[in-house]
Ligand binder design. Structure first.
Ligand code: BGC
Length: 738
């Protein structure tokens, strides 16, 4: 597309979003026509008034100052011999939003479009139509559209000529699309239309999701339909969306006579309910439905248990992922944030890659992450970064640069992801080494720590765990991953092997005494004098990252169990401790306690949200209290997937599936059964076929049915016996091979 020009217009003077149009005449018989197109902003193309694609949010979200993706479409069927027209609607999107991620026009003041149509004639010759100053600007039916603020359309507006586009220059790198397409797939039908106590007319879709509402209605010119979304109702059953903060998410349509199909093109929202602000009396629930919008990932796992609440938890995790994997792994889809927070991404990556095939999705995002890394190796808390708003550098967030590529490699076996990430990993580790006075600890700077852990006073975002024990534990883990990556890529990492040993030694010297964390013990909402090392999160990290002496494992595990018991058999861990807590227990012989936590129904727990009607994962275990009180609206998302990371324990702990060699070439299956779960049935689609692990109880026996895919070596561990098997179906009963 090099010869095509970037084109734009004077957006500030427009009364609607523009379309950039070009008419062209083709005189010869056509064999094939291809459209290559991109935008710093968002584009939606039509050829001869027909849509080119059903995908949305093209060209996707990258750090537009560094690179932008282009898409390629075969448009042969839309093109005629003779007169043709291409029309491209342009939105501000993430790139040029009036306000996005705390910045005005974060990447660029005005959207830019670049396109090329390549026509191959039957006689073998070619013609090209490229964006340049000959293209026209027209007005459109979209009055305004904004990622956070919603979309306003007037279906009576006709498309009027405004003038010619302006050519512009930009040295932004254009690359072929790396990520998944963004699609609207599932249709979500409304459950009911009703009035709340404040006489608001609400529609309940029965499911929290990210996407858009579609309205099809036979209308009368000038009538209006408008609405705003919400995730929950307040304790009185009334509409509540204060937790959207500044995101207006207002959708407003002025109808034309006859059929109206209303759907936003450049905005999306996270919601379960809508409040209708204006609507004609002929509008009914039959005129409305919704579409979930997300990256087009293939579902790879189905999990079923004998506990309906756990099944709902799994369902909530799936929707949490779909809602937050819209080209970039985000924190939430509703409030004025929706950013690529790294902590959330790394916490959930394993669960995400169990649920869906995330290879392509993460490949693209990890390339962005590598580009966003600062020269000194530091990495901000969000990716793509937001120009004009620097986000803190924090351990556990920046460590996404080691954790995500390694996890993706282990799941899919694609070495290129490690090759592309190795330097980023190394630079991050070196950055930590060179920060502060002690090269063997990460004991300086700002950290989010065990974010929203409940062992600190109510309302605090920071958990009670000492930020530096968390940061140093993640430092060790990142060095460990760097070493493993070096071994896989045949790169000498002996210096880092040495560094790792020193970190572990220093860690033990600084944070542990007689094998236990130094400091006051923290339970829920306890108010330790200052942050402490003696928390559930800290011990989970120590055990899971193997930062203790082997002889002290039992002692630490007992201490962890004591902390949990003292807290009424409930966890206190936040973002960073939660993913490892149940693993730490199971791997150290206390699956019973892991199950207690999984099945706990008093908050903080997973099932508390289920008992309160959650259909996605909450940002806080206690987002809604027993008395209906809500967490502060400044931070209370009901679609924040991080705590959904517990699914990876159901898979790897309860199901016992662990990947030993990348791409499931060698696996361990060591299920941890518990009658309270009733049964467990995991179907995971590997690249070489189905892996099926099922356990259930029959006549006082535990029955295991296991199916191993092609070219996989499986170490099945049941009843203290190990069976090494290949492809095939196996059944075990009480530990015996039938
Ligand atoms: C986000 C989190 C994120 C955090 C940083 C919040 O505003 O929603 O999920 O990781 O900031 O601590």
């Amino acid at each position: 597309m090099n010869k095509s020009k970037w084109v734009t217009t004077d957006f500030e003077s427009l009364k609607t979003l523009p379309s950039f149009n070009k008419e062209f005449l083709l005189k010869k018989d056509i064999k094939k026509v291809k459209l290559n197109i991109t935008c710093i902003g968002l584009y939606y193309p039509y050829i001869n008034n027909k849509v080119v694609t059903n995908n949305l949010f093209m060209p996707g979200w990258t750090d537009y100052l560094k690179r932008v993706q282009y898409q390629s479409y075969d448009i042969t069927n839309l093109i005629n011999k003779g007169h043709n027209e291409i029309k491209v609607l342009i939105g501000r999107g993430w790139a040029s939003a009036d306000s996005f991620g705390w910045s005005k026009h974060p990447y660029i003041d005005r959207p830019l479009l670049k396109a090329k149509i390549e026509i191959t004639y039957k006689d073998g010759t070619k013609d090209y139509i490229r964006t340049d100053s000959s293209w026209d600007v027209y007005s459109s039916y979209i009055v305004s559209s904004d990622i956070y603020n919603g979309e306003i359309q007037d279906l009576n507006l006709s498309s009027n000529y405004i003038g010619k586009v302006i050519e512009s220059t930009s040295n932004i790198k254009v690359i072929k699309q790396e990520g998944e397409d963004i699609i609207k797939k599932e249709i979500i039908y409304p459950r009911k239309m009703f009035k709340d106590n404040l006489n608001n007319t609400l529609i309940d879709f029965g499911q929290n999701f990210a996407g858009n509402i579609e309205i099809r209605i036979n209308g009368k010119k000038g009538d209006k339909i408008s609405f705003i979304p919400a995730e929950i109702l307040d304790k009185s059953g009334n509409f509540y969306n204060e937790n959207y903060r500044e995101a207006k998410s207002l959708y407003e349509y002025t109808l034309k006579d006859g059929e109206n199909i209303l759907f936003p093109l450049f905005s999306f929202e996270g919601l379960r309910y809508i409040k209708l602000i204006e609507y004609p009396d002929y509008f009914s629930i039959n005129n409305i439905r919704a579409h979930a919008i997300h990256s087009n990932m293939k579902r790879t796992c189905y999990i079923d248990t004998g506990n309906e609440k756990i099944n709902q938890l799994y369902h909530n995790t799936i929707y949490g992922q779909l809602s937050n994997y819209l080209d970039v792994p985000t924190d939430c889809p509703q409030r004025d944030e929706r950013l690529g927070w790294l902590g959330d991404a790394q916490v959930f990556v394993k669960t995400a890659s169990i649920n869906f095939n995330t290879l392509k999705f993460f490949k693209k995002w990890l390339h962005d992450l590598a580009l966003d890394q600062h020269k000194d190796g530091s990495i901000e808390g969000v990716c793509p970064t937001i120009p004009g708003h620097e986000v803190e550098i924090s351990s556990g967030w920046a460590d996404a640069c080691t954790i995500c590529p390694y996890e993706i490699y282990m799941t899919y076996g694609d070495k290129s992801i490690l090759k592309d990430s190795f330097n980023m990993m190394k630079k991050w580790v070196d950055y930590i080494k060179n920060t502060g006075d002690n090269p063997y600890l990460f004991d300086s700077g700002f950290h989010f720590g065990d974010w929203v852990g409940t062992d600190s006073p109510y309302g605090s975002f920071f958990g009670a765990t000492n930020l530096f024990i968390v940061a140093s534990a993640f430092y060790a883990n990142s060095v460990d991953i760097l070493i493993k990556t070096g071994h896989i890529l045949n790169i000498d990492v002996s210096d880092y092997e040495d560094l790792y040993k020193k970190i572990v030694k220093e860690f033990q010297k600084t944070f542990l005494k007689d094998g236990l964390p130094i400091g006051e013990r923290a339970i829920e909402h306890s108010q330790p004098e200052k942050s402490t090392n003696f928390t559930q999160a800290a011990i989970a990290l120590i055990l899971h990252f193997s930062l203790c002496e082997e002889k002290d494992r039992e002692k630490l595990t007992n201490a962890l169990v004591e902390l949990i018991k003292d807290n009424g058999m409930r966890m206190t861990t936040g973002f960073l401790g939660t993913p490892y807590l149940l693993h730490a227990l199971t791997d150290n012989g206390r699956s019973d306690i892991a199950y207690n936590l999984l099945l706990q129904e008093k908050k903080p727990s997973w099932l508390y949200s289920i008992n309160n009607g959650a259909t996605t994962i909450w940002e806080h275990y206690d987002g809604i209290s027993e008395d209906g009180k809500l967490w502060s609206p400044i931070m209370n998302s009901f679609n924040h997937y991080s705590y959904g990371a517990v699914i990876d324990w159901i898979y790897c702990g309860a199901g016992g599936i662990k990947v030993i060699k990348e791409d499931y070439k060698e696996i361990e299956i060591n299920p941890h059964v518990d009658t309270r779960l009733g049964h467990l049935d995991i179907k995971y689609m590997t690249s070489r076929g189905l892996l099926h692990v099922r356990w259930y109880f029959q006549d006082n026996a535990t029955i295991y049915e296991i199916e191993i895919p092609k070219d996989t070596i499986a170490h099945i561990k049941i009843d203290n016996k190990e069976y090494i098997v290949n492809e095939g179906s196996y059944m075990f009963s009480k530990g015996g091979l039938d």
